[in-house]
Design a protein. Structure first.
Length: 300
């Protein structure tokens, strides 16, 4: 089927979402979501900062969690913004983190409840990865992922929250579970979940994007728009780094109608102050994928 035309170029229509935690952290929930709404987004994601001794993981009471994330959800709702998923910003398990395994499991369950309090439509995680080289890393990663996701699924079912899974990155020189289409499909089937494709994760896992996206046709919930520089790993706006965006375009054109294109440039925003007024966001959206002869526009 030919793509609709826009300004002489074929157009890919997708629902647009923005990773919102940078804006909430920088401006507060009300102003942060107002800014995102003014850019033109109708939906957002929210990543919960949980690394190391973050009080959220170790010491917040349930009332504190409820108060914090209910306020974030209310601010998003006031702007008419749908929170499509909540997620965490680091691994569900990592052998170099200071937390115990029990603390990491509790952190995951708290993220589920935070997603519920903010009114998110789902909760998304990346499977386990290990730092460094360990024997049988892929199988160990798979079994530990299942152990934690079984608990997450049970908790999420209490609130009727669907799960979503990101494609994984590798640890050391070993591939870890969830990098390939087959492994993501196994996860999605086991937990009744959808997939979120992050091209930077695929890049780091040395996994071909076309093979990943082709193998997950019909199961893709979101496509993250981000990029990476090939040597020093600085964050880049989409189309400015090393990711092959022709594959992302093809994936976007074939994605299910209810999937999202998710603008994730928090690393860029945090590094460069000129993005705080989001002129860079607007410019990136206006010029996104321009040299491929196509455009991504908000799905009406």
């Amino acid at each position: 089927m030919p793509l609709p035309q826009g300004n002489g170029r074929p157009v890919i229509e997708m629902r647009l979402a923005a990773q919102s935690d940078f804006f909430v952290k920088s401006f507060g929930p009300e102003e942060g979501f107002r800014k995102l709404k003014s850019i033109g987004y109708e939906a957002v994601t929210f990543a919960i900062r949980d690394r190391y001794d973050e009080p959220f993981t170790t010491s917040w009471t349930e009332d504190q969690i409820k108060e914090r994330f209910s306020a974030i959800g209310a601010a998003a709702k006031a702007q008419g913004l749908e929170i499509i998923y909540a997620t965490n910003t680091c691994d569900i398990y990592n052998d170099l983190l200071v937390h115990t395994f029990d603390a990491r499991k509790e952190m995951c369950l708290r993220i589920v409840r935070a997603a519920h309090y903010m009114g998110a439509k789902s909760v998304a995680f990346r499977p386990v990865k290990f730092n460094g080289n360990i024997e049988n890393a892929n199988e160990a990663s798979k079994q530990l992922s299942f152990e934690i996701f079984d608990l997450i699924k049970k908790e999420a079912d209490k609130y009727s929250l669907p799960l979503a899974f990101f494609n994984n990155i590798r640890g050391g020189k070993k591939y870890c579970f969830g990098c390939t289409a087959e492994e993501l499909k196994e996860l999605c089937a086991r937990y009744g979940a959808k997939a979120v494709i992050d091209p930077v994760n695929a890049y780091k896992a040395q996994e071909r994007l076309d093979r990943l996206t082709e193998g997950l046709k019909g199961q893709i919930f979101g496509i993250v728009l981000d990029d990476v520089e090939s040597t020093i790993k600085n964050p880049f706006m989409p189309m400015m780094g090393s990711i092959d965006y022709s594959v992302i375009l093809k994936c976007a054109a074939e994605a299910p109608d209810d999937s999202f294109a998710i603008m994730d440039c928090s690393g860029v925003f945090n590094r460069y102050s000129e993005f705080a007024d989001h002129k860079g966001v607007v410019e990136a959206l206006n010029t996104l994928l321009y040299d491929m002869g196509r455009a991504v526009v908000a799905k009406k």
